[in-house]
Design a binder for this molecule. Structure first.
Ligand code: ADP
Ligand code: MG
Length: 591
């Protein structure tokens, strides 16, 4: 009897242990998977970081240093690891830069969390302490930041350069940084001085030349040539431009039908009708004084035919066809005109005016440039050049980061030093604060402070320096009150990083810390993974088929036959409806 009573508590203890073990295992698996993702991008942090070559399934190759792009292209399956991919995306949309930093910080925080968990601290306590620490961190960073005036072009260029320095195209930062600053400043609306919509900056990529040939165009650039059919004009001064969304081609019937014409006179009549129809349209267009037509790409029928191009060329109207639907908004905003959806609405007041529209030869292709636009909207175009597609694409991604950096500074006008200086200062101040806090909280905040050292550590490691010596020296300098001491990766030593002009927007650093903490807290709070199977009809059929083969039971056989019968029936009914619709249309057409 005594043996039985003795055995009971032991078994219940074993059960509860197993239960906890599962939760612990899931937490650990999540943390390990997420850390693996963070480790994958760690080597690309900083100006001396490595680049990644990504080869996609369809044979496309991308060379990049951008954390968000690397993670986006990775096929991550583990749900917690996917959260890190999303984290990088959120940083991309919140700040645009710091996409590697955010993931590296999250990885370091997760490593510290694992230690705290193994020391027996409850996840909720860890999570709450992390939140507290991140709020304090934002306060510390804000106190460190230097205010900036939007008219201070030099400082804006410095921060755009910092962002570009760590990219593959870093040798062109002297050209791209001022270009990014000028393009963002030119789209800022004085009515809303802290709002920048990057959709107002259009990036056009054209193969040929080098990145040095990249230029800012005050106007529009089309990566296509003008229509050369029938010797139409390819250069137009004093242009009156219409953006049209209708087709200059004979109308089509609503339903598919064929007309058999056996008589030549009838055929002539049809052609004459067509010609008159098109001529009528072109006369209306010409009457408004329009001499440049931008024609939206049409999928229903050809936007222009050989015949209409011929007449347009005769009327000395320059034609740029196949303009994408999504570009119409940008074009009309730039030209300060209205898109025209129907020939009946074609009026002179809807046209845009420009000094010059011309086709220019560039490399092995041609582009069309519209310059000297009257009352131009607040938009700008950047024409990126490069010797190969890989360079052009990376230049575009790098420019996007630089544009985002300037946008951050326009919306929150504070600068902060780079080169690991803010992180080590945060680590020092939070470490000191943790000593004031009581109990587990202080312990967790100290771990948070230690995790932040990952940034200077990685920057030094990637630059081929001794990370332990550098971080120790950095801590020492900060303890002596040099809050702007950072890693000068070029000289391989610690200097005042503000003097080196390595500055970044405050928003990038604060959003990296808050987003990383949020993500880690979310991963910490997960203690189970539940798989839900969605029963679509295909998977139902597969399931029934496999279980039929496995068990071969009568009932399952019956169920399978019933399923097949009903799905056939559904198919027939569907087909019947389609037939009915066809018949209905045919009857309508006949009537
Ligand atoms: P992210 O994708 O996170 O922006 P980067 O590869 O651009 O990653 O690296 C950003 C980090 O590199 C920041 O911490 C920044 O302070 C640091 N950094 C950038 N330029 C320099 C430089 N010239 N010297 C030292 N650190 C730099
Ligand atoms: Mg960057």
């Amino acid at each position: 009897m005594a043996a039985v009573t003795a055995a009971q508590p032991r078994s219940s203890k074993t059960e509860s242990y197993v239960d906890n073990k599962r939760k612990e295992d899931i937490r650990q698996a999540n943390i390990k998977a997420a850390r693996a993702v963070a480790d994958a991008v760690r080597t690309s942090l900083g100006p001396k970081g490595m680049d990644k070559m990504i080869s996609t399934a369809n044979g496309e190759v991308i060379i990049t240093n951008d954390g968000a792009t690397i993670l986006n292209k990775m096929e991550v399956l583990q749900p917690a690891a996917k959260m890190l991919v999303d984290l990088s995306k959120s940083q991309d949309s919140a700040a645009g830069d710091g996409t590697t930093t955010v993931v590296v910080i999250a990885g370091a925080l997760l490593k510290q969390c694992l230690l705290l968990l193994t020391n027996g601290i409850h996840p909720t306590v860890i999570s709450d302490s992390l939140h507290k620490a991140s709020t304090k961190a934002v306060d510390v960073l804000t106190a460190m930041a230097v205010p900036l005036e939007i008219s201070d072009r030099e400082s804006l260029i410095k921060s755009a350069s910092t962002s570009l320095n760590s990219k593959v195209v870093s040798q062109y930062s002297t050209l791209l940084a001022p270009l990014a600053v000028d393009s963002v400043l030119s789209v800022v609306d004085p009515a809303k001085p802290d709002m920048v919509d990057l959709r107002d900056i259009k990036i056009v990529k054209k193969l040929g030349g080098t990145v040095d040939d990249t230029e800012l165009v005050k106007g529009l650039v089309f990566d296509k040539k003008a229509s050369h059919a029938a010797g139409g004009p390819t250069r137009m001064e004093n242009a009156k431009i219409a953006v049209i969304q209708f087709q200059i081609s004979p109308p089509k019937t609503d339903i598919e039908q064929s007309i058999v014409v056996s008589d030549y006179t009838q055929m002539d009549r049809i052609l004459k009708e067509e010609r008159n129809y098109i001529l009528g349209m072109i006369k209306k267009i010409k009457a408004t004084g329009c001499n440049v037509l931008l024609i939206q790409k049409s999928i229903l029928r050809d936007a222009v035919t050989d015949l209409s191009l011929h007449y347009l060329a005769k009327a000395k109207i320059m034609v740029i066809k196949d303009v994408e639907r999504e570009d119409i908004e940008f074009i009309t905003k730039t030209l300060n005109c209205l898109p025209i959806a129907n020939i009946e609405h074609f009026r002179a007041e809807k046209l845009g005016h420009a000094d010059l529209v011309e086709e220019v030869s560039l490399g092995d292709g041609k582009i069309v440039k519209v310059t000297g636009i009257k009352d131009m909207g607040r938009t700008t175009t950047v024409l990126i050049r490069g010797s190969n597609q890989l360079v052009i694409d990376e230049a575009e991604r790098s420019l996007h980061d630089a544009l985002c950096v300037v946008r951050c500074l326009v919306s929150k006008r504070f600068l902060i030093a780079g080169g690991g200086a803010p992180e080590i200062e945060l680590s020092r101040q939070l470490g000191a604060w943790s000593k004031v806090l009581h109990g587990m909280e202080g312990y967790c905040v100290r771990s948070f402070a230690e995790a932040l050292e990952v940034i200077p550590y990685t920057l030094a490691e990637n630059a081929g320096l001794n990370p332990i010596a550098i971080v120790t020296e950095l801590r020492n300098r900060h303890a002596q009150g040099e809050i702007n001491a950072g890693i000068n990766v070029r000289k391989g030593q610690i200097t005042n990083i503000l003097e080196e002009n390595v500055v970044q927007p405050l928003l990038v650093s604060t959003s990296a810390i808050t987003l990383a903490t949020e993500c880690v807290r979310m991963i910490l709070k997960i203690d189970d993974i539940v798989n839900v199977r969605i029963m679509k009809w295909q998977s139902t059929a597969k399931y029934l088929l496999s279980s039929r083969i496995l068990y071969g039971g009568f009932f399952l056989n019956f169920l399978f036959c019933l399923f097949v019968f009903f799905s056939k029936l559904c198919f027939l009914v569907n087909n019947e409806t389609i037939h009915m619709q066809h018949a209905h249309l045919t009857i309508q057409a006949l009537l």
